[in-house]
Design a protein around this ligand. Structure first.
Ligand code: G1P
Length: 290
């Protein structure tokens, strides 16, 4: 059973400066909700019971967001603003926050290792909140289905243009069935020439606990950081690693353009704002053509 998800949120968010200078990038809104809420909702919709944030000093806004806002709720209650009160409460009632601090910025692999004392099952999930995935079946749930059959580590992958793979972990694939591969090797951020394929790892994983002893001794890799990809690569020498080409559309919200695109899509879909927003975009299109 997969009960826990680890969501690393300790990053410096340098790709999103200046907006991320004083506000965690995970708290930037897509339409009317912060990015972190979408990934928490994905985890809950995938049957996850415990959300573990790996965080650091200066990022407590994320924990506060899922906490009761006592003052706000009292004022809304007193003023009889029922709808707003229920919006505020729905967020604080969503999860009980569990968090652990990553005291040094030593990389994604190290962030996952920080969560080790909180993992109780044989395997756990990881969501990187930069990747917002729009899909019928939640992306994490797609990976969990593979885990249920294989009882092995599974990573989500996406086929990308070769020139983009140097920003990702990349797998050497052995096809098994439609969308499913065995990863024979994983390389963190290879140059397009060195890359073993154009199948890139994106921010959803189901990892077995066997990853922890590897992470404990792993030397720093690409960028001088302890890389999760390197640990999974080492694990591939003893355990099978599966890679699943997820169904859905990914928006890289750690990237300014990806973030803007996500805002347009989720804005258009918003039950209250969507219609007017669409009309506004149409108007823009008309005035561009004139
Ligand atoms: C991280 C991982 C990389 C993965 C990517 C997915 O990189 O290290 O293997 O492909 O997330 O978004 P980052 O985006 O933190 O540089």
């Amino acid at each position: 059973m997969i009960k826990e998800v680890v969501i690393p949120v300790a990053g410096l968010g340098t790709r999103f400066l200046p907006a991320s200078k004083a506000v965690p990038k995970e708290m930037l809104p897509i339409a009317d909700r912060p990015l972190i809420q979408y990934v928490v909702e994905e985890a809950l919709a995938s049957g996850i019971k415990e959300i573990i944030f790996v965080t650091r000093q200066g990022k407590s806004a994320i924990e506060d967001y899922f906490d009761t806002a006592f003052e706000l709720e009292t004022v809304l209650e007193r003023k009889g603003k029922k709808e707003l009160l229920s919006i505020a409460r729905s967020v604080s009632q969503m999860i009980d926050v569990i968090s652990v601090r990553q005291k040094q910025p030593l990389g994604l692999g190290h962030a996952i290792l920080c969560a080790r004392p909180l993992i109780s099952e044989d395997a756990f999930a990881v969501i990187l909140p930069d990747d917002l995935i729009d899909s019928k079946t939640p992306c994490l749930s797609q990976l969990i289905s593979i885990y249920k059959k294989t009882k092995a580590t599974v990573v989500a992958i996406e086929r990308l243009p070769q020139e983009l793979v140097s920003s990702y972990g990349v797998i050497a694939p052995e096809p098994i069935e439609e969308r499913l591969y065995k990863a024979k090797e994983l390389v963190e951020k290879p140059s397009p020439e060195e890359a073993p394929s154009n199948l890139a790892v994106i921010g959803r994983y189901v990892l077995t606990k066997n990853i922890f002893p590897i992470l404990e001794h792993l030397p720093p890799g690409r960028g001088g950081e302890i890389q999760l990809t390197d640990a999974i690569n080492e694990l591939s020498q003893t355990d099978p690693i599966y890679a699943y080409e997820f169904e859905g559309k990914r928006y890289d919200c750690g990237d300014k353009l990806g973030y803007l695109k996500a805002n347009v899509i989720y804005g258009l879909r918003h039950p209250k704002l969507g219609e007017e927003f669409k009309a506004f975009l149409k108007e823009l299109e008309l005035s561009d053509n004139s």
